[in-house]
Design a binder for this molecule. Sequence first.
Ligand SMILES: Nc1nc2c(ncn2[C@@H]2O[C@H](COP(=O)(O)OP(=O)(O)O)[C@@H](O)[C@H]2O)c(=O)[nH]1
Ligand SMILES: [Mg+2]
Length: 364
Amino acid sequence: MGLFNKIKNMFKKENKNEENIVVQNNASILQQQNVECEVKPQKQEEDNIQDNIQPVESVKIYEKGLTKSRDNFVSKLIGLTKKYNKITEDYFEELEEILIMADIGVNTVMDFMERLRTRVKHEKIEDVTYLNEVIVDELFIIYVNDEVIVNKINFANEGPTVVLFVGVNGVGKTTTIAKLADKLKHEGKSVMLVAGDTFRAGATKQLEEWSRRVDVMFTGTHEGADPASVIFDGLTKAKEENIDVVLIDTAGRLQNKTNLMNELEKINRVISKLIDGAPHETLLVIDATTGQNGIAQAKSFKEITDVTGIVLTKLDGTAKGGIVLAIKENVGIPVKYIGFGETKDDLQVFDIEKYIYGLFKDMM
Ligand SMILES: Nc1nc2c(ncn2[C@@H]2O[C@H](COP(=O)(O)OP(=O)(O)O)[C@@H](O)[C@H]2O)c(=O)[nH]1
Ligand SMILES: [Mg+2]
């Protein structure tokens, strides 16, 4: 069975169970209200309910977060199917244009078009609707089959896990750190945020404010301080206090590559001196709305430092959800998290299958 049908079966079926889930959800809300009346539900029960509602809820988050992309890119694909009842050269040309407009990246689209044309010819495909399935399969099969999809954070066996965040100004580093801190805290981990962005005015305050909001520890000093020394203080404290995960914010001034490289080298030296094997992750944050510019940033950061994963933010704000494919093809670093909004609940572990469903559900 092709990827298209596999995903369709996976999530369409789940959505059929929706009514049950809603009932369970209400039950959980009632229980929460009971909590306020001091009738605390058993922890075990809570966990069970959580397990039951989690998969469908997160598919819904993908569906909602990808609305703009679906409305634009996928509805264009559907329109194309309506316009052509035969697969012609004009059809191929329009398809190519739609894919390029979706930020998939020219080279990726060119390769894809060649594979698609070959399949159409060899399999004598004539049905335009069936071709939509083939398109989804061909677009994502490389991604899904690839072993580079390791979306899990590499947690340390012992001592604090250190996650360093890099990326240019405004992409969503600080917000992502707050979101991830909240997620980890709910998983029962102790978290510390370290304000290593001492360059931008207000950056330290912004992170400190988030640490209060999500209620985790914080280390930071003042604007203009040496980031490496702030990080030194933070990690020393984190070791003393047995913190599980330390999330470090940095300033990403890509304009001066040599300076940035030196700064990150110094930061990495300090981190690895204090904690063996750290940083355990270096996450590069990319703003999905910047399209090919974001891809260029990823290439640059990859040259400067050892990036282990990508966080793709603001997917809710782009109509060009194809950027995930361009990252795969042009950068080759796994997307670990995606951001669908500005609140602390808007960070999701990247799941390619949910992503594909969220994007193409109107075609399924
Ligand atoms: N719509 C949307 N906005 C986001 C997302 N992530 C961050 N932002 C917004 O992007 C802006 C810059 O974020 P910030 O974390 O300060 O970026 P930084 O300079 O990289 O630290 C803020 O207004 C955030 O609320 C997201 O996933 N979706
Ligand atoms: Mg910031």
